[in-house]
Design a protein around this ligand. Structure first.
Ligand code: FMN
Length: 330
């Protein structure tokens, strides 16, 4: 019997997968949910404008995704309240306000990371949502922006927003530069400062503090959970999804998963088939599964087959089945 990589952590520990625009769409979340039942999933950021004025259904999700949090982008309390209400009606488990995204597009609409400079406005936004829904309103933010990156700045931000009764903060442990860096660079260049997030937990013991940024392994997850209440993983969870199959056991104390990577791919087939029958395309789904065999023999062949065949007209589950035959069973 192989030994678990890490031991279970304390029961209060929470693991979540970060909101990622274009990545954590409902198909991705369905796939991730197969791999882990307990992990909290976040939608991509959805703007209040899209929800209120958009033509599509920006709140669509699969019922299997629970627990799922809707991440909202916006800074108008009235619009946020209206969006929150609609989200609650649709059955979302939580609403998360984005105070961390540094993209120019987002700043021009005055939301995302630039809101860190306006804690009172963020508090008003949170309060407006709390007033109209019962589900938790949570906040995802950075540890600072531009030259406003002192501990006191972050402390004041948290203090002001927590005064509304907001109890749950996820902190991406690096600051954002609002000009000069692309969103991608803003996830890599500003240095990670985990200690700052640990210090916030020390100073605000009653708040639920989750840490985010650069977490790549379950061992790191466990280390963080000794210092904060939750860990949010983004890019690694997306690129190496099989890692998620250990979360229920190692973070939540559940049963060890007995499913192989092949099993998880096969579990997706009915979902893919249904999506295609309803007019969808395989490309919407297979892209989230490319990393399933990361690092194993056959991983390249799996990716190549899906990428070369998956976008063709009429491509369906047989493409995934054929790609699976290219990977030795482990
Ligand atoms: C492709 C991509 C899209 C992202 N979109 C969002 C988003 O919509 N909302 C948000 O709060 N953060 C977004 N982020 C940031 C992540 O949520 C997370 O904070 C960041 O990737 C750091 O975590 P990681 O090092 O575990 O990836 C995005 C990140 C990536 C890679």
């Amino acid at each position: 019997m192989t030994k678990p990589v890490i031991n279970s952590v304390h029961a209060a520990g929470r693991f979540s997968i970060a909101p990622m625009l274009d990545w954590t769409d409902r198909h991705c979340r369905y796939f991730h949910r197969l791999l882990t039942k307990n992990t909290l999933l976040y939608t991509e950021m959805v703007t209040t404008g899209a929800i209120i004025h958009g033509r599509g259904d920006y709140l669509a999700y699969n019922k299997e995704e629970h627990p799922v949090s809707l991440q909202l982008g916006g800074s108008n309390p009235i619009d946020l309240a209206q969006s929150a209400k609609l989200a609650q009606e649709r059955g979302y488990d939580e609403i998360n306000l984005n105070v961390g995204c540094p993209s120019d597009r987002v700043q021009s609409g005055k939301f995302g990371a630039c809101l860190m400079a306006e804690p009172t406005l963020v508090a008003d936004c949170v309060k407006a949502m709390q007033d109209v829904v019962d589900i938790p309103i949570t906040v995802k933010t950075r540890i600072g922006i531009d030259d406003q990156d002192s501990y006191e700045f972050l402390q004041t931000f948290i203090d002001t927003v927590a005064a509304t009764g907001c109890k749950d903060f996820t902190l991406h442990a690096r600051k954002a530069w609002l000009s000069g860096l692309s969103p991608k660079e803003n996830r890599e260049i500003p240095e990670l400062n985990y200690q700052r997030v640990y210090d916030i937990k020390q100073d605000f013991p009653a708040l639920f503090i989750a840490i985010n940024g650069g977490v790549k392994t379950l061992a790191e997850t466990q280390l963080h959970l000794g210092n904060v209440d939750g860990v949010m993983m983004g890019r690694e969870a997306y690129h190496n999804p099989f890692l998620l199959s250990q979360i229920d056991e190692l973070v939540y104390g559940g049963e060890k998963s007995t499913h192989s990577r092949h099993d998880y791919a096969e579990m997706m087939l009915p979902y893919i088939d249904n999506h295609i029958r309803n007019g969808g395309s395989l490309t919407h789904i297979y892209r989230h599964m490319l990393g399933l065999f990361l690092g194993l023999p056959g991983a390249r062949a799996w990716k190549r087959h899906l990428s070369e065949q998956g976008h063709k007209k009429g491509a369906g589950v047989e493409v995934v089945e054929a790609a699976l035959l290219l990977v030795p069973k482990s």
